[in-house]
Design a protein around this ligand. Structure first.
Ligand code: SAM
Length: 282
């Protein structure tokens, strides 16, 4: 029990497919708390049975979270400890629990994380895309207009972008991404992570889409979609392009100078052209 005699609310990560992906501490905690609140009790039953966990189980999902929170806080205030789990992975990450955690913290109750699997982080760790900065977008809206609007806002995002998607919408999402990010943008499709048909496919959207379309199996299961951020020219390269362009522009017409500078630096003609225009205008 907590020193101030309040109970502790444990936020416990559970496997995202492979039952072995649970920590010793998670199992011990799930066995020792007064009750476990789960997103879907039927879904969590096999995991609890597998590890011989007999703790009483209650449901906490998006439709009853607000109404159940008061009763759970009362139990915590009386010194009982509670563990929150979701159907898979880390609770609150595109899963219920935010309201309960917020209210518990407001009430001065200790909330402890028991870290473990999270599909977004597992996918990112094998994507081969920059991980120093990334943004997690979760599920985009199901309606095509709203989805496109969200993607438009991310058109110039330079950080790696992580999405969750359901199998029946995966093709719509990839096609909308192609419309906004273009054929050349690198995307990693992480399907069924830690499960039998785990597939991690990395390719430019223009190649990835026909590959997914050609095999109906690649449209089944659970998906994390990771999009490379927009690559912009580094400051050093911009300085070098500027130096080369200034020499060429002194003797050549703009179009020819841009073509040569693009060949010399290996940078896209459009980027070199934009810089050349800026140089001409200053
Ligand atoms: N809380 C979970 C977590 O920590 O990753 C996410 C829950 S969210 C409701 C479920 C979504 O996560 C799925 O639709 C899918 O996008 C992604 N996901 C969960 N498990 C996955 C897996 N094994 N492989 C790929 N994606 C997965």
């Amino acid at each position: 029990m907590n020193i101030n005699s309040l109970g502790i609310l444990y936020i416990v990560a559970t496997p995202i497919g492979n039952l072995g992906d649970i920590t010793f501490r998670a199992i011990e905690t799930l066995k020792s708390v007064h009750c476990i609140v789960a997103e879907d009790t039927r879904h969590s039953q096999p995991l609890l049975q597998h590890y011989g966990i007999k703790t009483p189980l209650f449901a906490l999902h998006e439709h009853n979270e607000r109404e159940r929170t008061a009763a759970l806080l009362d139990r915590l205030k009386q010194g009982e400890s509670i563990a929150l789990i979701s159907d898979a992975g880390t609770p609150l990450i595109s899963d219920p629990g935010y309201y309960l955690v917020r209210e518990a913290r407001v009430a001065g109750i200790k909330v402890m994380p028991l870290p473990g699997p999270c599909a977004a982080i597992a996918a990112l760790s094998v994507a081969g895309l920059p991980t120093d900065k990334f943004t997690f977008e979760g599920f985009l809206p199901a309606k095509s207009g709203a989805r496109l609007q969200c993607l438009e806002k991310l058109r110039h995002e330079s950080r790696t972008i992580i999405f969750y998607e359901a199998p029946h919408r995966i093709m719509d999402l990839l096609l909308a991404m192609q419309q906004v990010f273009g054929d050349d943008r690198q995307v990693v499709l992480a399907r069924e992570i830690t499960k039998l048909f785990e597939t991690i496919k990395s390719d430019a959207l223009g190649q990835l889409i026909p590959w997914v379309l050609a095999d109906a199996n690649q449209q089944r299961g659970e998906f994390v979609v990771i999009v490379a951020g927009l690559q912009t020219v580094s400051d050093d390269m911009e300085q070098e392009m500027q130096r080369i362009l200034q020499i060429l522009l002194a003797d050549l017409p703009l179009k020819q100078a841009v073509e040569l500078a693009s060949k010399i630096t290996g940078q896209k003609k459009n980027d070199v052209y934009e810089l050349a225009l800026r140089l001409k205008n200053t």
